[in-house]
Design a protein around this ligand. Structure first.
Ligand SMILES: Cc1cc2nc3c(=O)[nH]c(=O)nc-3n(C[C@H](O)[C@H](O)[C@H](O)COP(=O)(O)OP(=O)(O)OC[C@H]3O[C@@H](n4cnc5c(N)ncnc54)[C@H](O)[C@@H]3O)c2cc1C
Length: 580
C-alpha cells in the first residue's frame, strides 16, 4: 500500500509536534503526517524535568544567554545558530503559554525562573519539575486542533527513500499488524530524538536508539560532532533515572563518602572562591561528571551493587521546598530507590544523558540531502557544540522545530509529483528486504540481547567520560565484530502483531551504526574539548580542531571523517569561565 503527504515528520516528540504545527500554520492546505513508533505523549520529551531557558526580562540579556551557550559549548557551536536561538526562544515560550502551558509563576504573577548549570543568570522557565510533560501536552493538544495533521501512531520508520539525490518518502511498519507501507512525501523531517541507549547507564527512554541518525546517515546525510556525548552527573544507579539539575539549582549538595562537598577541590571554571561555594554544584555537566571519576580514582566514592555512587543531599532544603519545587524528585526517589530525600541521602552517579552531535543541518533544519530536514536531539544545528547547557534543549526544539517546519513546507510546495515508478520500486524493494530479513533471521544463531549489552559495555569503556586512542581503537574493533555478529542475530518471535523482538532488531541495527560513528569521530579528534576528554590529548587544540567533525557513509558502508569550520560571529574563542 502507498500513502502520500506533502511533509512526513518522523517523530512525535517536542521537535516533531512543533514542526507539524508550524507547517499547519504556514500553509493550511498542506497534508502533514507524523509517524511515531510510540504514541506521541510517550516520547522522551515528556520526561524533561528541569525547564526551558529563555531570557525572561530585566536583569538578563540575549547577549548573556548567547555568551553562556557559546562558552558552555567550548566554542564549538555555530554562533549564528545561537544568536537566532536566544532571540526566538522567549517568543516560543510565550507562545507555549498562550497555547496553555502552565509555567510556574512568582507570587506577583510574573514567570518564575530558576538557576541552571553554566547559566550566569536565572533564566530557566519551569512548570514545577514536570516541564517536559506540560510542554509536550501543550504541543500535542495544539496539534490535535489541526485536522490536516494525520498521525501514524506506533509506526516504525525503517528507511528514508531517496531518488536522484532527493528525499521522496519513507518506508514504515505498522507495529499493531506488521504491515509495511511506503509513505511518499515531498519533504521529510527527521525528529527521532537521542541515542542514549547506545550506553549501558542512561537517563534516556528505551526508545532513544538513534534511529533517525542512522536512517539519515544511510540516506547520504553526514552526522556532525558525534563524539560529544553528555553525561549527567546525577542519575540513580541501576535505572539511570534522572535526578534533575533543578535539585542542585534549588540548593542541593554533592557529597563524597566522607560527607564532604568534594567539588570545591576541582576547577569548574568558577572564577572566585565565594561564588564557588554557592555555585559549584551548578558547574557545567561535563566538569561535574569528570570530578566524579577523579573521586572514584581517589577511593572517595561509595560502592554499590550497581557501580560506585556519591550522594546528593537535599535534606537541608526542607519538606516544604521539596514538595513545592521538586515534587517529582521526591516521587522518583520513593518509587525507584525506596528513599525519602527529605530525610535521606540520594545515591547518584554520572549517566549518559544527551547527544550533542547528530544529523548535520543548517539554521533552518535542512540537511545536504534535498528535501530532508531534521530537528531536535537527533539533529546538530549546532547550538550545543562540545557541551550542552541544561535547559537549552527544550527551547531548541521549539525554535528550530518552527524554522524547519516552515522551511520544509516551503520546499514541499515548490516541488512536483513524487510518485515515480523508481520511487515506488525502491519502496517495494525495502518491503521485500524486511520480509526476507524476517525469514532469514528465523535461523539466526546470535542473541540480540547479548550483542546489545556488549555494544553498551564497549561504548562505556572505550568512549565514556574519559577516552584515549588505545581504548577507542579497541572499541572500534569490537563494534565491527558486533556488526558482523548482528548479521547472524536470530528472531524467535515470527508473529506480525506487536513483534517487539523485531523492533529490537531494527533498533540495534541503528544503534550499531551510531556507535561506530561515535567511536570513529572520538578517535579522529586528537584534543580535549567539553564532553570529549582524551587522556592522551588533554588540551584543547583550536588550531586543528575548532571545527565540527563530519562523518560520511561511503558507498561500501565504511565511514570517512572530515571537518567543517565553526561559525564565529561575535565571540572569539576564549577560556571557559562560569560563575554567578
Ligand atoms: C530524563 C530527561 C530529562 C531532560 N530534561 C531536560 C530539561 O529539563 N530541559 C531541557 O532543555 N532538556 C531536557 N532534556 C533533553 C530534552 O528533553 C530532549 O533533548 C528533547 O526532549 C528531545 O526531543 P525530540 O523531540 O528531539 O525527541 P523525543 O522527544 O525523544 O521524540 C522522539 C520521537 O521520535 C519517534 N521515533 C524515534 N525513532 C523512530 C522510528 N524509527 N520510527 C518512528 N518514530 C520514531 C519517537 O516515537 C518519538 O515520538 C532531558 C532529557 C531527558 C532524557
Amino acid at each position: 500500500m502507498t500513502a502520500s503527504h506533502d511533509v512526513v515528520i518522523v517523530g512525535g516528540g517536542g521537535a516533531g509536534l512543533r514542526a507539524a504545527i508550524a507547517i499547519a500554520e504556514h500553509d493550511p492546505r498542506s497534508s502533514i503526517a507524523i509517524v511515531s513508533k510510540v504514541y506521541p505523549m510517550r516520547s522522551h520529551t515528556v520526561s524533561a524535568e528541569g525547564g526551558a531557558a529563555a531570557v525572561a526580562g530585566p536583569g538578563d540579556s540575549l547577549d548573556e544567554h548567547a555568551y553562556d551557550t557559546v562558552s558552555g559549548s567550548d566554542w564549538l557551536c555555530d554562533q549564528d545558530a545561537v544568536e537566532a536561538f536566544v532571540e526566538e526562544a522567549p517568543r516560543e515560550l510565550l507562545r507555549l503559554e498562550h497555547w496553555g502551558c502552565p509555567w510556574s509563576r512568582r507570587p506577583d504573577g510574573h514567570i518564575a525562573v530558576r538557576a541552571f548549570g553554566g547559566m550566569k543568570n536565572n533564566r530557566t522557565w519551569f512548570a514545577a519539575d514536570k516541564t517536559g510533560f506540560h510542554l509536550l501536552h501543550t504541543l500535542f493538544q495544539t496539534a490535535l486542533s489541526y485536522q490536516d495533521i494525520v498521525r501514524y501512531d506506533e509506526w516504525f520508520a525503517t528507511t528514508l527513500l531517496v531518488d536522484d539525490g532527493k528525499v521522496c518518502g519513507i518506508v514504515a511498519i505498522e507495529l499493531a499488524t506488521g504491515r509495511v507501507e511506503t509513505i511518499l512525501a515531498s519533504a521529510v523531517i527527521v525528529c527521532t530524538g537521542g541515542c542514549g541507549r547506545v550506553y549501558p547507564f542512561t537517563t534516556n527512554a528505551n526508545i532513544n536508539t538513534g534511529d533517525g541518525m542512522a536512517l539519515a546517515y544511510r540516506a547520504g546525510a553526514p552526522l556532525k560532532d558525534m563524539e560529544f556525548v553528555q553525561y549527567h552527573p546525577t542519575g540513580l544507579p541501576f535505572t539511570g533515572i534522572l535526578i534533575t539539575e533543578a535539585a542542585r539549582a534549588e540548593g542541593g549538595w554533592l557529597l563524597n563518602k566522607d560527607g564532604y562537598r568534594y567539588l570545591q577541590d576541582y576547577d569548574l571554571g568558577t572564577p572566585s572562591p565565594e561564588p564557588v561555594m554557592r555555585s559549584m554544584e551548578l558547574g557545567p555537566r561535563d566538569r561535574l561528571s569528570q570530578a566524579f571519576v577523579h573521586e572514584l580514582d581517589k577511593g572517595r566514592t561509595i560502592g554499590t551493587p550497581y557501580g560506585h555512587v556519591v550522594h546528593l543531599d537535599l535534606r537541608h532544603l526542607g519538606a516544604d521546598l521539596i514538595d513545592t519545587k521538586l515534587p517529582f524528585v521526591r516521587e522518583l526517589c520513593s518509587k525507584y530507590q525506596n528513599i525519602d530525600p527529605v530525610r535521606e541521602l540520594i545515591p547518584v552517579r554520572p549517566v549518559v544523558h544527551y547527544m550533542m552531535g547528530g544529523i548535520h543541518t543548517d539554521i533552518n533544519g535542512a540537511t545536504p540531502v534535498e528535501g530532508l530536514y531534521s530537528v531536535g536531539e537527533t539533529a546538530c544545528v549546532s547550538i550545543n557544540g562540545a557541551n550542552r547547557l541544561g535547559s537549552n534543549s527544550l527551547p531548541e526544539l521549539l525554535v528550530f522545530g518552527a524554522r524547519a517546519g516552515r522551511a520544509a513546507a516551503e520546499y514541499a510546495s515548490s516541488v512536483t509529483a513524487r510518485e515515480t515508478s523508481a520511487v515506488l520500486a525502491r519502496g517495494r524493494a525495502e518491503q521485500d528486504r524486511l520480509e526476507r530479513d524476517l525469514t532469514r533471521r528465523a535461523e539466526g544463531s546470535e542473541r540480540i540481547a547479548h550483542i546489545r549489552s556488549e555494544m553498551q559495555e564497549t561504548l562505556e569503556t572505550s568512549a565514556g567520560i574519559y577516552r584515549d586512542g588505545d581504548s577507542l581503537a579497541k572499541g572500534a574493533d569490537k563494534v565491527r565484530e558486533l556488526r558482523d555478529r548482528f548479521g547472524r542475530a536470530g528472531l524467535d518471535d515470527h508473529s506480525r502483531a506487536f513483534n517487539t523482538e523485531l523492533v529490537a532488531v531494527l533498533e540495534l541495527s541503528c544503534m550499531l551504526e551510531v556507535a561506530e560513528c561515535i567511536i570513529a569521530c572520538a578517535l579522529a579528534r586528537e584534543e580535549s574539548r567539553g564532553a570529549h576528554q582524551r587522556t592522551d590529548f588533554p588540551a584543547r587544540n583550536d588550531e586543528r580542531f575548532l571545527a565540527h567533525s563530519m562523518i560520511h557513509r561511503q558507498p561500501d558502508g565504511s565511514s570517512r571523517v572530515s571537518y567543517l569550520p565553526v561559525t564565529i560571529t561575535r565571540w572569539p574563542p576564549g577560556e571557559r569561565v562560569y560563575g554567578r
